[in-house]
Design a protein around this ligand. Structure first.
Ligand SMILES: Nc1ncnc2c1ncn2[C@@H]1O[C@H](COP(=O)(O)OP(=O)(O)OP(=O)(O)O)[C@@H](O)[C@H]1O
Ligand SMILES: [Mg+2]
Length: 411
């Protein structure tokens, strides 16, 4: 029987912790072999606030995914999220002074190092990703791999993502305590993008927004690469708690109402439609127009849209995203959300979910699993089995990312 390779992703979300096992067959096709998802209680706004609870949830999720797939999970691609994540673009420039002017792998490392040095994070922060957005050789841009080319000056444009060291260390501690190794830490919007964006959208320019329970993560892609990323501390939980407060009903009941009858806009509720609402305490349920529920949801969604709009404008790429916005994460399941976001952001919008996969696709065929599936795809497409230390070599994340390894090894 042909040997199959297994790659696993772990999405540690605010509402659920989810492990996904992918299987790569001889043809290089990726199949979903197993999924384990358990409610998350130790995460707030994308960040670990309870190590024991999170460790327990990871153990459960991994065990379920192992049972379903029949594979043993040794290492995981782990998603990272939270407001502590910041990103910046940095340019590096070096001269190729040797006589033949032929650019070598060492020159590429040197120029990337120069970009990193130009954006060196504060001592309490770690670099999570150092992504190249393209090389420039003697003023000619759009070079994907400069190794072997002739040139006197080499430049690189990079996107650098950093996170707070202690927050990242807590995340790693939970995974390690659950008895699994961390292959690599991957920014959540970068992972989700692997599962939901087409390469045409990335090339053309697109915004990806993952609206989960406690966070909304935004990634802007142009020319194929990530050029802006940010994580906002708002999500579906806020819609639910607004409903709970507004209708004086328990949170669990508010969540059910949102999922069953909620909609993005008041205009989506037909005149005369009624919903039954249970009260806090044991009093008999009330009957309210569905419109009242949507009147609570819409303003909060509008606020999330305003924050997204501001971020896209601040990124400086607002005019460079003709492919519009792709929504994913659990809140993308809200009725009418694509239309609403499209109107508010004046961009075309669609809901994206994991696609182009075989295997147990039904088990992950929801925007809720975009990050988990995306982590597997990231691992297969860019992941590392062989780690190389960066020259700064510091700390828990001192690893050269897949792309650099590809450039260097391809030389
Ligand atoms: N049909 C639905 N309509 C509206 N909202 C929904 C629906 N289904 C799920 N949700 C919401 O999606 C959210 C969970 O999404 P998701 O699983 O993507 O979050 P998460 O990854 O755990 O959190 P985060 O990414 O913010 O850390 C919850 O707030 C839930 O109420
Ligand atoms: Mg999420």
């Amino acid at each position: 029987m042909p040997r199959k390779e297994h790659i696993a992703g772990l999405d540690i979300g605010t509402t659920k912790v989810c492990a996904v096992v992918g299987e790569v067959d001889d043809e290089g096709d990726i199949h979903v072999a197993g999924v384990g998802s358990v409610p998350s209680t130790g995460i707030r706004k994308g960040v670990v606030i309870d190590i024991d609870a999170t460790t327990g949830a990871i153990e459960d999720a991994v065990e379920r995914a192992e049972r379903m797939s029949g594979a043993e999970i040794r290492g995981l691609y782990v998603g990272v999220s939270g407001e502590h994540i910041t990103s910046t673009n940095s340019r590096g420039i070096v001269a190729i002074s040797r006589g033949d002017h032929e650019i070598s792998a060492a020159d590429v490392e040197r120029v990337v190092d120069a970009a990193r040095m130009a954006a060196l994070p504060a001592s309490d922060r770690e670099i999570v990703h150092l992504l190249p957005r393209g090389f420039v050789v003697d003023g000619h841009d759009g070079v994907r791999n400069p190794v072997g080319m002739y040139g006197a000056r080499l430049e690189v444009e990079t996107h650098i993502v950093t996170g707070t060291s202690t927050v990242l260390a807590n995340l790693l501690k939970c995974v390690q305590r659950a008895g699994v190794e961390v292959e690599e830490i991957v920014l959540e919007p970068l992972a989700s993008a692997e599962a939901v964006l087409t390469s045409a959208e990335r090339e053309l320019g697109v915004v990806q927004a993952d609206i989960g329970g406690g966070t909304t993560s935004i990634g802007v892609f142009t020319g194929g690469g990530l050029c802006h990323s940010t994580i906002l501390p708002v999500g579906g939980h806020h819609l639910t708690s607004d409903i709970a407060v507004g209708l004086r009903t328990p949170v669990a009941e508010a969540e059910k109402l949102k999922i069953r009858y909620g909609a993005a806009s008041v205009a989506d509720a037909a005149e005369g439609e009624l919903v039954e609402v249970f009260n806090v305490g044991d009093r008999a349920p009330r009957v309210l127009p569905r419109r009242v529920l949507c009147e609570i949801i819409e303003p909060r969604l509008q606020e999330i849209c305003s924050l997204m709009r501001l971020q896209i404008r601040r990124s400086g790429y607002a005019h460079l995203v003709p492919a519009g916005i792709v929504l994913t994460g659990g809140t993308a399941l809200l009725r009418g959300i694509a239309k609403y976001v499209s109107e508010k952001l004046e961009l075309s919008a669609r809901v994206g979910m994991p696609e182009q996969l075989g295997g147990l696709l039904d088990a992950v065929n929801s925007p809720i699993y975009s990050t988990g599936v995306g982590l597997v795809l990231y691992g297969v497409r860019h992941g590392s089995t062989k780690m190389v230390r960066t020259t700064n070599g510091h700390g828990i994340l001192g690893r050269v990312r897949g792309w650099l390894r590809e450039v260097v090894q391809g030389a």
